[in-house]
Design a protein around this ligand. Structure first.
Ligand code: F0G
Length: 408
């Protein structure tokens, strides 16, 4: 029913071969037989990753915590302020571990068991490791995670630790951690669950399915999302393409990737109309989730952006923090910095005239606010410490308006 296929040379591999890159070095995709017949009626149960099982490459029982089914919120106040009519947030921070990674891990760890793998492993800027630790625990198999020391938000680190992963912190960045884990998996026979693994992306493509489902089987004009290792933008694009191929939708949204200014190889390649990226050796941003200089899925992401008529743009750390505060205080949606880059990017692209005022846009917010709270405490007003008397409370409430929302 499906096989693995190289996106460059189109060489095919059977679905049970443990392989992450083609012999030619190209990325792999899961490709379904062209006569696959699936309709809306085949999707059963509540909104979730596994609702779309007829389009997922799993044979056995899923390893699941009921991931997906995240809400699609309208954000009318921000939309009005930005000058665009129809904006939604797909809040992926509402997944079981607080990020979209769970969609990939429920699929990837299910596949690991199906393939008889005994240990799972990944490199991570934080969220992937948290998710892998959880799904490893759920499956009853050990997980090894390699992290860039000092650059992982504490909420994510705490998750990886308490869920029982073997946590290794390297003196190096994410790109170096990824190289190491690839070697480790090759040498030790561990199952690699970074987004270079095409099965993981199959889980993540359900973001596209859910958006269409939630919009009453309609397609938005544009998807705006943060880009780090570039797996998610590639996966979501694949999801839309598959829905189009089986006749559920007619159009594909413009895939629009946002990167932090200090870690922006894809946005730079798009700006220069280059066919490939130039890796950055010293990526830096406060949005540590996307602090990546050599995105492994760059080729897939550039195809997604170019084929869909989308674009990629950079935002500064300051724009990210402002967008995070705005989304939290004006719309009540708490997201981590990387996720807020989608809102910062939306604002910038509207101001640049790239996004038109009449577009229907979905911004994907990839991780929850509680993942990364240290810098929130740094940028928000401090709690006002007072005596435990009603007079002091009154004085503080009415006497110091300035401390109320002064960061907006
Ligand atoms: N947003 C968040 C919150 C992330 O954690 C990541 C990636 C991204 C966006 C970018 O997604 O890599 O598919 O382009 N985090 C990875 C990790 C790298 O290790 O947790 P991408």
């Amino acid at each position: 029913m499906y096989h693995l296929e190289c996106i460059e040379c189109h060489r095919k591999y059977p679905d049970n071969e443990i392989i992450y890159l083609c012999k030619c070095g190209g990325l792999l995709d899961v490709v379904y037989d062209s006569d696959l017949q699936v309709s809306k009626n085949d999707f059963k149960g509540p909104l979730s990753v596994w609702k779309y099982r007829p389009l997922l490459p799993a044979k056995g029982e899923p390893v699941t915590l009921q991931e997906g089914g995240t809400k699609l919120y309208r954000i009318d106040r921000i939309a009005k302020d930005v000058g665009i009519k129809d904006v939604y947030v797909k809040h992926e921070g509402m997944n079981p571990t607080g990020s979209f990674k769970d969609r990939g891990m429920t699929m990837g760890v299910t596949k690991a068991l199906e393939l008889g793998m005994k240990t799972v492993a990944c490199a991570s800027t934080g969220n992937t490791s948290a998710s892998l630790a959880v799904y490893g625990a759920r499956a009853g198999i050990p997980a090894v995670v390699i992290l860039p020391s000092g650059k992982v938000a504490l909420g994510k680190l705490a998750q990886a630790l308490i869920h029982g992963a073997k946590v290794l912190s390297i003196r190096g960045n994410f790109d170096e951690a990824l190289k190491l884990v690839c070697n480790l998996c090759e040498e030790e026979g561990f199952y690699l669950l970074n987004s270079v693994n095409p099965y993981r992306l199959e889980g993540q493509k359900t973001i596209a399915f859910e958006i269409v489902d939630q919009l009453g089987w309609e397609v938005p004009d544009r998807i705006v999302l943060p880009v780090g290792n570039a797996g998610n933008i590639s996966a979501i694009y694949k999801g839309f393409k598959e829905f189009k191929r089986i006749g559920i939708i007619d159009d594909i949204p413009k895939m629009t990737g946002i990167q932090a200014e200090g870690a922006s190889p894809i946005a730079l390649a798009v700006r220069e109309h280059a066919a490939s990226i130039t890796p950055e050796t010293m990526p830096e941003t406060l949005a540590t989730a996307i602090r990546i200089g050599n995105p492994v899925n760059a080729k897939k992401a550039l195809t997604a952006i170019n084929e869909s008529g989308g674009t990629a743009e950079t935002v500064t750390d300051e724009e990210i923090v402002n967008a995070q505060c705005e989304l939290a205080s004006v719309e009540g949606i708490g997201v981590e910095p990387a996720s807020a880059s989608s809102i910062a990017g939306l604002r910038k692209l509207v101001e640049m005239g790239v996004i038109e005022p009449d577009e229907r846009v979905v911004c994907v917010t990839t991780g929850h606010l509680l993942k990364d709270t240290q810098h929130v405490l740094d940028v928000c007003p401090k709690p006002v410490e007072i005596d435990a008397t009603i007079e002091a409370v009154r004085k503080a409430v009415f006497g110091n308006q300035e401390s109320w929302r002064s960061f907006i």
